[in-house]
Design a binder for this molecule. Sequence first.
Ligand SMILES: CC(C)(COP(=O)(O)OP(=O)(O)OC[C@H]1O[C@@H](n2cnc3c(N)ncnc32)[C@H](O)[C@@H]1OP(=O)(O)O)[C@@H](O)C(=O)NCCC(=O)NCCS
Length: 173
Amino acid sequence: MRVRKALLHDATNIYELVNSLSHDGTLLRRVFAEICENVRDFTVAESDAGAFLGCGALHLYGPHLAEVRSIVVRPEAKGQGVGAKLLAAILAESEEHGIGCVCLFTRIPDFFFRYGFREVTDRAALPDKIYKDCQNCPRIYHCDEIAMARGEVPRVSILGTREKVENLVQIGA
Ligand SMILES: CC(C)(COP(=O)(O)OP(=O)(O)OC[C@H]1O[C@@H](n2cnc3c(N)ncnc32)[C@H](O)[C@@H]1OP(=O)(O)O)[C@@H](O)C(=O)NCCC(=O)NCCS
């Protein structure tokens, strides 16, 4: 098995796998055009024979913050270290960029605890993430995801201020 940066020809596999887990809110639904536009964010895992096994993305907000998104392994390939390799590659990429903090929202915090992520109980401390995704999320009134970060949560933001998202966070709590 190997991990590599995604190419445009991976977009269909990524689209189908990510959206296969969006119906119950495990992953955010992504439209095909969005996958193509952001395909350079993605890392993919493939078998020695070249079969697509899974993917994950690093979204860059700025030098202060990045986010792990859409990390998923095909059901038949789970439990073989694919997810761990994808996450390691994504974190290495964030380090190459010199980014101090990587965040994510998840229902499976125990997986991410293993790799140095810690819970962020004050979601408003991640205004960029809230501003980008939560305000348009159908689950804003019943969010069951845990906010997590690896590295020191930044004091700066780029998309919206803490004050701007605080009401959204309260609604979602
Ligand atoms: C989470 C996911 C990516 C893990 O991929 P995977 O290839 O099965 O994981 P790995 O085999 O690399 O597991 C690495 C380690 O994490 C552990 N682990 C795997 N899934 C876990 C989970 N849900 N909770 C806690 N630990 C988990 C494994 O036991 C393994 O531990 P070990 O090193 O002590 O053996 C995969 O289960 C998946 O696609 N889940 C559905 C999508 C999802 O929920 N993504 C996260 C969205 S934020």
